[in-house]
Design a binder for this molecule. Structure first.
Ligand code: OOG
Ligand code: MG
Length: 262
């Protein structure tokens, strides 16, 4: 019985994504007592359905890892989600606005994992040592919920609002950087909208990946070699409109950009 409800919630959210329909949040529409554990089970069912539909997982991602995001979303606990192959947009490419509901963009530092990282007890320093490369990224989030309104459990069930990702093209060695000092400037149509530094993400973005490894360890999982993982937005997210040109400039990591089409 319980599993059937979780499957129903997974289908409710994937159908909303595919049919481009905002829906009422799960804790209002289906299951007021949805727990965090059940929400991650829903997310696993979403992953299962995506794999059955022929998609591939690029990697997990972290979200809600900065104060700016906690204040903006009203949920102040880090979460993880999954990025799929169909979500990738090339640097400089176009994001068709009509594919999404109410997309927002955020600037993040991504990690290319060089060696498996298995918790519990993983530290940011261990993550740095097992990271092959770091690169800049822009994530486009698109909650399936009306007005981006959700609780902690709701947003986990909705795969952490994951929708599209643009990765930068320059891969840099983490040892050459003090990632907490890497500045990021997010501009739309040539106007600076948000700015910050890596330290906004749990003191150091590697700490977000360490937290991810420790969260996955609780259910026997790990961060795996070859995954490309977003560490969470440095600043609050900016609502996008058709015609926008978006640029994220990261000190010495490079620039990531895209345009929003019709
Ligand atoms: C949840 C996803 C948050 C981030 O980087 O903080 C996220 C949301 O804000 O809708 O991806
Ligand atoms: Mg994000």
């Amino acid at each position: 019985m319980a599993v059937e409800v979780l499957k129903k919630i997974a289908d409710y959210l994937v159908d909303a994504e595919i049919e481009k329909r905002e829906v009422v949040k799960v804790t209002t529409a289906i299951k007021p007592d949805l727990t965090v554990e059940e929400a991650y089970q829903v997310q696993d069912l979403i992953v299962q359905r995506k794999l059955e539909e022929g998609h591939r997982v690029v990697g997990p991602k972290m979200g809600l890892t900065s104060k700016a995001k906690w204040d903006q979303m009203g949920v102040s606990e880090p979460i993880y989600g999954h990025v799929f192959d169909y979500m990738l947009i090339e640097n400089g490419g176009a994001l068709p606005f009509s594919d999404l509901l109410h997309p927002k963009v955020e600037a993040e530092i991504a990690f290319v994992i060089g060696e498996d990282i298995e918790g519990p007890g993983v530290t940011g320093a261990q993550v740095q040592a097992k990271t092959a490369y770091v690169l800049p990224a822009l994530e486009i989030i698109d909650s399936r919920y009306e007005n981006f309104n959700f609780t902690h459990a709701d947003v986990i069930a909705d795969n952490a609002s994951t929708s599209r990702v643009v990765f930068g093209n320059s891969l840099k060695k983490p040892a050459d950087f003090d990632l907490e000092l890497v500045g990021a400037v997010l501009s739309v149509n040539g106007q600076v909208k948000e700015l910050g530094a890596g330290a906004a993400v749990l003191g150091h973005p590697a700490n977000a990946i360490a937290m991810l490894a420790n969260m996955l360890a609780r259910k026997g999982g790990k961060v795996e070699k070859g995954e490309i993982i977003l560490s969470g937005a440095i600043t609050s997210a900016i609502l996008l409109h058709a015609g926008d040109f978006v640029s994220g400039k990261f000190d010495r990591l490079g620039e990531v950009m895209f345009t929003v089409g019709e």
